[in-house]
Design a protein. Structure first.
Length: 94
């Protein structure tokens, strides 16, 4: 899957910034496994933040720490290996 298509899917999943308005939404992909990076990117206040556990260096054992560090400033999305990645989906929902 191309990066552009993944970004489009993440945008659709997160919803528009002002649903029902013409306001565009913007977001950031976090490909680092660092909670500090996730927190810093969240501080930029994007509409959505995608933690890329599929192609990025986001290990599932650090995912919880990254979600906590990112806080609730943005809508959070976790990109997993796909619909058959049962372990990844379980970790993202935990």
């Amino acid at each position: 899957m191309s990066r552009d298509r993944a970004a489009a899917q993440a945008t659709a999943a997160a919803g528009a910034a002002g649903a029902g308005t013409s306001e565009p939404s913007y977001g950031l992909f976090v490909c680092s496994g660092s909670p500090e990076i996730a927190e810093a990117m969240s501080a930029a206040a994007p509409h959505w933040l995608c933690l890329d556990a599929q192609h990025g260096a986001v290990p599932y054992d650090r995912l919880k720490h990254m979600l906590n560090a990112a806080g609730s400033r943005s809508k959070l999305i976790v990109r997993v290996g796909g619909p058959s990645d049962r372990y990844g989906i379980q970790q993202a929902l935990e």
